[in-house]
Design a protein around this ligand. Structure first.
Ligand code: ARG
Length: 609
C-alpha cells in the first residue's frame, strides 16, 4: 500500500471566525427560561436529569457513588493508571471521586500502550487539528469531520486538559485536492465521557475532499465578545443560538436545562429540558417525566439481551449503519461504545415498585364532581381514625410509612390513632380492610400551625406480632416525587377522601375528583401562599375541591408512563369549592429529602440511587 505524508500546508482553516450560526433566524431569548437559569442547573442537577449509574442524587445534586455501591455484574475495564477495575461503573466511580482514573480500554490491563489525543498546527495549545492514537494502534490518525460535533469536541478538550470543554468545533476548509491520508477515525460520544477513549471509534476511508476535525478549546482568559452569548454554568460562553437545541454545547448541559421550547431537531421534555431527537424512542428514558419513550414502535423493548460486549458491538453497527445512512459501507468498528455498557449498568440498579395499580379497576367513568371510588382505585389511600371517627386521610408510601398533614396528628396521641387501609365505606365495610396501630409520629420541625407552612407528617405503623415488615394485602404505595419538575401547572390530578361535601353533608364512602394544578396562587391567597412549599389545585368553577375531613389525604398525579405520584397533601383552603379560593396542598416534592431522611432512601428512591 502506498503511504503518503500528510500535506497539511495546503489546507486552509479558520478556528474562530468561520462559524456560521445554524438556524439563526429564531430569536433564542424566547426559548430560554431566564428565571430557571438562576438555579444554575447542570448535568448533575437531579431535579432536572437522571444521575449516571455511578452517581446518586443527594440534596438535588448527583454526587459520586462509592465504587462498592456499583452493581457487581459487568466486565472488567482498564484505566489509564494501569489498574483494572471489575466493572465500568467501578472505574467511573473512582474517576468521579478523584478524576485521576480514566477509562483506557475494555478488558483487564495488559501492556498494550496508550491512548492519546493531540491538537496540531494551531496557533496556541488550545486549538488545532485533532489527532488520536487508539490503544493498540501504532500511529496517530485524523478524526473525520463527519459526525464531529460539540459533544465530541468537548470531550477532546477534556482530554487535552481544558475542563470547560470546547468553544468551537472550528471548521476546516479543505482547499487543496491533496488528500494524502487514506483513512480517518469517526468518533461518536454521548456527553458523559471524560475521555474520547470512552467514545466509539470506527475507521473510515477518506472519500475525495475529506475534511478533518478541529477544535478550539475554551480557556478562561480568552477574550471573547460577550455579545449575544449564552453563559454556561461552567463559565464558558456559547452563541445564544446554540441554547435549547438539544446539543450539550456547554459540556455541563446548562444550555439545555431551562427551556420553554426547543429548536428544530430537538425535543422538549415537560420538565423544560431539550434532548436531541435521536434520544426519543431509543429505549432509554431521558426526560424525568418519561414522555420521550412514549408512543414508540415496539422494536426497542424487544431487543434481545446479550452480553455487554456484543451489545456494544451491535450498537456500534446500528449507529454507523442505521442512524447515519450517509456513512459509507467501508467503516470498520474499532472500539465499542461504552454508552451501551452504561445503559446496561443502569438496568442492574435496584428498582422499587410504586404508583402502579393492579390492572383491574382502571376504567372509570369521567363525571365532573366528586365520584364514589371502587375498591382498588386508590390503593395508597388510608384513613386515620381517632375514637372511631375518620379524622383525616393519609397516603401509603411503602414499608410501614404513611404520609399525612401535620395538622392532622399529634405525637402524644399516637396510641389513639388507627390506620385503616383498603377502606372504601366506613358504614358498609368492604372486605380486605387492614387496621394498624401507630408506632410513632414525626411532625415536620418547621410546621407552623398558624401559617400552615410545612404541613407534613410521617406516621410509622406498628408491625404485627412476629412480623418483620408491614404487610397489607391490597395497598400499593404511591411514589414520592423527587423533583418539582415532574408535574406542571394545568396538569390534571386526582384528590380523594372521606371529607365533607360542599353543603357540609357527611360522607361515608371514599370519593374522588379531578383537579388541575394552578400556578400563581398568591393572587388568590396574598401573603398566605408559599410557592416553594405549597401547591394549589382546583377547577375553574370550583366544583371540585377537598373539604373538611379530607386533610392529610392525597393529591395524586399520574405521569406519561402511568406511574402515580403523591404530589400534594390536602392542607387548607378558604371554605370549600369556591373558584376564588382553590384548595392548598403541601408540595410533597419539596420534602423528598426530609421524607427519605426519616424512612430511608432505599424505600422511596425510584431512580438516582
Ligand atoms: N384543613 C381541612 C381539614 O382539616 C382541609 C381543608 C381543605 N380545604 C379546601 N378548601 N381544599 O380537613
Amino acid at each position: 500500500m502506498k503511504r503518503v505524508h500528510a500535506a497539511l500546508l495546503f489546507l486552509s482553516f479558520c478556528l474562530t471566525s468561520c462559524e456560521v450560526p445554524s438556524a439563526g433566524a429564531v430569536p433564542q431569548e424566547d426559548l430560554v427560561d431566564t428565571k430557571c437559569l438562576l438555579n444554575k442547573y447542570t448535568h448533575r442537577s437531579c431535579s432536572k436529569v437522571f444521575c449516571q449509574p455511578w452517581e446518586k442524587c443527594v440534596d438535588g445534586t448527583c454526587t459520586c457513588k462509592l465504587p462498592y455501591q456499583c452493581p457487581k455484574n459487568g466486565t472488567s475495564v482498564c484505566s489509564t493508571d494501569g489498574k483494572s477495575y471489575p466493572t465500568y461503573c467501578h472505574l467511573k466511580s473512582y474517576g468521579c471521586l478523584n478524576r485521576r482514573a480514566k477509562f483506557l480500554k475494555n478488558g483487564i490491563c495488559t501492556a498494550e500502550g496508550k491512548f492519546s489525543v493531540t491538537l496540531n498546527f494551531g496557533n496556541t495549545d488550545s486549538e488545532g487539528i485533532v489527532k488520536v492514537k487508539l490503544v493498540g494502534q501504532d500511529k496517530e490518525m485524523f478524526i473525520c469531520k463527519n459526525n464531529w460535533g460539540m459533544v465530541e469536541a468537548n470531550v477532546a478538550c477534556y482530554d487535552s486538559g481544558f475542563p470547560q470543554g470546547a468553544l468551537n468545533t472550528a471548521k476546516w476548509i479543505h482547499s487543496s485536492g491533496d488528500t494524502s491520508n487514506t483513512e480517518c477515525l469517526q468518533v461518536r460520544c454521548q456527553g458523559f465521557e471524560t475521555t474520547l477513549a470512552e467514545c466509539s471509534f470506527s475507521k473510515r476511508r477518506f472519500l475525495g475532499q475529506q475534511e478533518v476535525a478541529t477544535v478550539l478549546c475554551y480557556t478562561p482568559d480568552a477574550d471573547l465578545q460577550a455579545h449575544e452569548s449564552f453563559q454556561c454554568v461552567n463559565g464558558k460562553p456559547i452563541p445564544l443560538g446554540r441554547a435549547c437545541d438539544g446539543v450539550n454545547d456547554c459540556g455541563d448541559q446548562s444550555d439545555e436545562l431551562c427551556c420553554r421550547g426547543c429548536q428544530e431537531g430537538s425535543f422538549l421534555c415537560k420538565s423544560g429540558v431539550c434532548i436531541p431527537n435521536q434520544h426519543r424512542c431509543n429505549g432509554e428514558v431521558d426526560c424525568i417525566t418519561g414522555e420521550d419513550e412514549i408512543g414508540c414502535a415496539e422494536s426497542h423493548e424487544g431487543r434481545a439481551p446479550a452480553t455487554p460486549l456484543s451489545r456494544s458491538f451491535q450498537d456500534g453497527l446500528l449507529h454507523s449503519g442505521v442512524e447515519h445512512p450517509e456513512v459509507p459501507e467501508e467503516t470498520e468498528i474499532l472500539t465499542a461504545a461504552m454508552d451501551t455498557e452504561r445503559k446496561w449498568i443502569k438496568s442492574l440498579l435496584p428498582k422499587i415498585s410504586c404508583g402502579i395499580k393492579r390492572p383491574t379497576h382502571t376504567r372509570r367513568k369521567r363525571i365532573v364532581g366528586g365520584k364514589p371510588a371502587q375498591t382498588g382505585d386508590f390503593p395508597w389511600q388510608v384513613a386515620i381514625k381517632e375514637e372511631g371517627k375518620i379524622k383525616c386521610g393519609g397516603i401509603y408510601i411503602g414499608g410501614c410509612w404513611i404520609l399525612t398533614a401535620a395538622h392532622c396528628v399529634r405525637p402524644s396521641r399516637a396510641h389513639h390513632y388507627q390506620i385503616w387501609t383498603s377502606l372504601i365505606d366506613w358504614i358498609q365495610l368492604n372486605s380486605g380492610i387492614g387496621v394498624q396501630k401507630v408506632e410513632r409520629i414525626i411532625i415536620h420541625e418547621g410546621y407552623n400551625g398558624t401559617t400552615y407552612q410545612n404541613d407534613i407528617a410521617l406516621i410509622e405503623m406498628k408491625k404485627h406480632l412476629k412480623q418483620e415488615e408491614c404487610v397489607f394485602a391490597n395497598s400499593i404505595p404511591a411514589c414520592v416525587p423527587w423533583s418539582p419538575y415532574l408535574f406542571q401547572p394545568k396538569d390534571s390530578c386526582i384528590i380523594s377522601g372521606w371529607g365533607r361535601e360542599k353543603d357540609n353533608q357527611k360522607v361515608y364512602s371514599l370519593r374522588w375528583g379531578e383537579v388541575n394544578l394552578i400556578s400563581n396562587c398568591s393572587q388568590y391567597y396574598p401573603n398566605r401562599y408559599y410557592e416553594k412549599e405549597m401547591e394549589c389545585a382546583g377547577t375553574t368553577d370550583g366544583s371540585i375541591d377537598a373539604c373538611k375531613g379530607d386533610s392529610g389525604g392525597p393529591l395524586v398525579c399520574t405521569n406519561a408512563n402511568n406511574v402515580t405520584y403523591v404530589w400534594g397533601i390536602v392542607s387548607w383552603g378558604e371554605n370549600c369549592g369556591q373558584p376564588e379560593f382553590p384548595g392548598v396542598y403541601t408540595k410533597v416534592a419539596n420534602y423528598f429529602d426530609w421524607i427519605s431522611y426519616h424512612v430511608g432512601r432505599a424505600l422511596i428512591s425510584q431512580y438516582n440511587v
